[in-house]
Design a protein around this ligand. Structure first.
Ligand SMILES: Cc1cc2nc3c(=O)[nH]c(=O)nc-3n(C[C@H](O)[C@H](O)[C@H](O)COP(=O)(O)OP(=O)(O)OC[C@H]3O[C@@H](n4cnc5c(N)ncnc54)[C@H](O)[C@@H]3O)c2cc1C
Length: 285
């Protein structure tokens, strides 16, 4: 299908971008990698008055390590993040998750900022950012603000971004001594969105888990922390009884949707499988 007509703008500065966002209000849509927006335009699920292409905006690219931690620019393509030695060293959870995002062609264009702003509950990056206690940085005319990832994802395709705000980067705190992470997911086919995914980040002392953070994808409207399972594992070795107890706790933690891809019961079972596999992977890492 072909999109409905729209004006196309390619601002070269943040000021110009803010001007355009003000001019069009809710009728203006930002374009980053276009991997979600362009299909939505083509299917006329989105019919904006204007598309504001942010690819020429300066300063939104690049991956660097600063005293704050690992900083990944919003316009970084997934493929660049996947290949980055800095990401592999400072955020191995993200490096592990990236190859699960769609296919290589999608990762070559899709951006970190787009994935976060889209807030698909099945997406990998949002769950990783919550597990890692990361911060989303957004710019608006006259300033920037930092939003904890845990407070950023409000619902299906809904974020804490206000009108006129652009995600500029994400900040992932430096890895702390003794912390380990693991990402896993189950999808019907390689390249599909996962039915369920799991990002684990935990302090490990000897073979005991301390402060485990378990964040699931695909089981609710936002990345879902499994507080009951975390409590069942904290201070314990992830041996079969502990894993079984945490698996039972998931029943209360998660309220997965049923859809054409999987029933709620199947998603719960997949979450338990992923938890067991993820904990094994974490301890072997
Ligand atoms: C076949 C297919 C399979 C996919 N599989 C997966 C998958 O398994 N996992 C996954 O996570 N993703 C998947 N994706 C999505 C893809 O990875 C992109 O991350 C996602 O489409 C959004 O990134 P984008 O840069 O393409 O954003 P766009 O499509 O350009 O924009 C998406 C939305 O974000 C807004 N936006 C973009 N950048 C910013 C910004 N900096 N600040 C504020 N708002 C912004 C846009 O206005 C728009 O509303 C898949 C896509 C396709 C087509």
């Amino acid at each position: 299908m072909k999109p409905a007509p729209f004006a196309y703008h390619r601002p070269a500065s943040m000021t110009e971008a803010f001007d355009l966002m003000e001019r069009y209000g809710p009728g203006g849509r930002l374009l980053a990698g276009g991997q979600s927006l362009v299909p939505a335009l083509n299917m006329r699920l989105a019919t904006p008055a204007a598309v504001i292409d942010i690819n020429r905006l300066p300063g939104l690219d690049g991956i660097r390590v600063t005293p704050e931690g690992l900083v990944i620019g919003a316009l970084c393509r997934h493929a660049a993040v996947e290949r980055s030695p800095l990401v592999a060293r400072h955020a191995p959870l993200v490096a592990q998750a990236m190859p699960h995002i769609g296919h290589l062609a999608i990762r070559a264009r899709g951006t970190v900022g787009g994935s976060i702003a889209l807030a698909d509950p099945a997406a990998e990056l949002p769950a990783c950012l919550v597990a890692l206690d990361a911060t989303v940085r957004a710019a608006r005319r006259g300033g920037t603000r930092d939003i904890a990832a845990a407070a950023f994802f409000l619902g299906i395709y809904t974020t804490a971004l206000g009108p006129g705000e652009i995600v500029t980067e994400v900040v992932i705190p430096r890895p702390r001594e003794g912390w380990r992470s693991h990402f896993g997911e189950l999808a019907r086919r390689a390249g599909d969105y996962a039915l369920v995914g799991l990002a684990i980040n935990s302090r490990v002392e000897g073979d005991v888990l301390l402060e485990p953070r378990l964040v699931f994808t695909g089981v609710g409207p936002t990345p879902a922390r499994a507080a009951g399972a975390e409590g069942a594992l904290a201070g314990r070795r992830p041996d079969p009884p502990a894993i079984a107890g945490a698996g039972r706790a998931l029943d209360a933690d998660l309220d997965p949707p049923a859809d054409v891809h999987a029933s709620a019961a199947l998603r719960r079972q997949l979450a338990r499988v992923l938890l067991a596999r993820g904990l094994r992977g974490l301890m072997e890492s």
